[in-house]
Design a protein around this ligand. Sequence first.
Ligand code: ARG
Length: 577
Amino acid sequence: MNIRELLSEKVRTAMSAAGTPSDCQPMVAAAKKAGFGDYQANGAMGAAKKMGTNPRELAGKIVTELQLDDIAEKVEIAGPGFINIHLAPQWLAQQTGSAERDTALAIRPAETPQTIVVDYSSPNLAKEMHVGHLRSSIIGDALVRILERLGHTVVRQNHVGDWGTQFGMLIAELEEQLAQNESATMALSDLEVFYQQAKAHFDADPAFADKARDYVVKLQSGDEQVLKLWRQFKQVSLEHSAEIYQKLNVSLTEADVRGESFYNNDLAPIVAELQEQGLCSEDQGAQVVFLQELADKEGNPSPVIVQKKGGGFLYATTDLAALRYRAVDLNADRILYFIDARQSLHMQQVFTLARKAGFVSEQVSLEHHAFGTMMGSDGKPFKTRSGGTVKLSALLDEAVERARAVITDKNPELADADEVARKVGIGAVKYADLSKTRTNDYVFNWDTMLSFEGNTAPYLQYAYTRVQSIFRKAGVSPESISADIIIGAEQEKALAIKLLQFGEVLAQVADDALPHVLCNYLYDVASLYMRFYEACPILKSDVDPATRDSRLRLCHLVARTLATGLDMLGIEVSEQM
Ligand code: ARG
């Protein structure tokens, strides 16, 4: 079900019957204000301008041709030529009825399923995952879930940083710690501490520093002894990330890891190809591409170093190789990157150069979906009290602990309180992030995110449990109800329309990669549900059985919409809270 598309079709047909040029759009959207109908078609104005006629008159002609059958109960012309469409309660009742019975909630799969590669999370394995990776992991994962739900083939790519000069120092340190009878798991139990030990060792001991440098060379030339240490390091670090993904309910697994090292053998050929095409030139011993396309205001081209003096390759070189692999080997139609906005120039350079070099065809859509920074209450990037980076794992544990306190306070008798606290705490952190406009910075605030009021995870999770408790009280299962849905009260109508917009919203989120649009939608559903609940009694003794059953079915559709929507954001619900 997609009301917007359905109405667009109908209005488009009426427009051509009314003689508008074929490139005129019907411009149908859900009405922004009460009094504008439920949906508005605003295409008459543009068309009239093209035709040189009076827009209101043209709108009148379109309305005469408009065949909405039983979909609308009233159509009116307003203002300079808006067409306000009031949907018919009976039609809404039928549509919500079939959505409620449909396992797919009447969400239509995408018309042309695509292969979509999504690069997200992608931490550097040398260090512990920190809050910077929270946004990439959960925003990317929400998109992955939504795209899959719409029938696309999604290929997750965890482009972990598992290569580069710092690994020489790290594996030299690992070797020494292993020699002191440490196991790799023990030595690397805290990657942050380990990194500092290695760095201190490197700075204080010239012999160790030499060894570290030698290990970089050995690593690059494929020395089996050094590779073995590197693999051990990588394995333990990946296990740390896997633990976080599990805590976060992020769907990445080890099979999705295609780290930087995966592209090692492609890097020299990439540079050779750029040279052959005359795209890069030597500059102070390095191989550099100068992109005029991304020139600054003074006209200076944007330099991209693809090979350092001495032969080493760079982040950009690996990303070029990865991009080509995704376009050619994985056959992607779209490639999505969820990376911090601070890497925007880097991504622009990689995209521009890849197109220029013909590594990716024009048909493939390359999209960097950048996000802002998570800020502390002081308005500066989120840090620990001592100024260090906040470990993601500690932050998530704190979230669950805080949620536990809130829940115990609200409902001391709750069974399963630990499990509920886990879902609420993790859900709160994720939702607080996902519900903010992706491109903006946002302030991390425990109290707001754990509040049961406002646009928060606990509010939505609680709305879900309210519906579940109605069914418990009623003593019936939703599936056993056979009555039709009746849309009578204004609150029922508003709720029904909102519920039927789920597919529309998902299609938009899939295109724009903006999960906050889904959050706002779910919040609207929950708020309209609360209004409905207050205005429309369900289990009171004076409610006739047909009305009661109809309302129970609406409640059920609300619960399923909330649970499904939250699941697409990677957030779990509980039966009781
Ligand atoms: N490892 C990088 C970092 O932590 C992010 C990698 C993002 N993906 C990419 N293809 N460049 O900043």
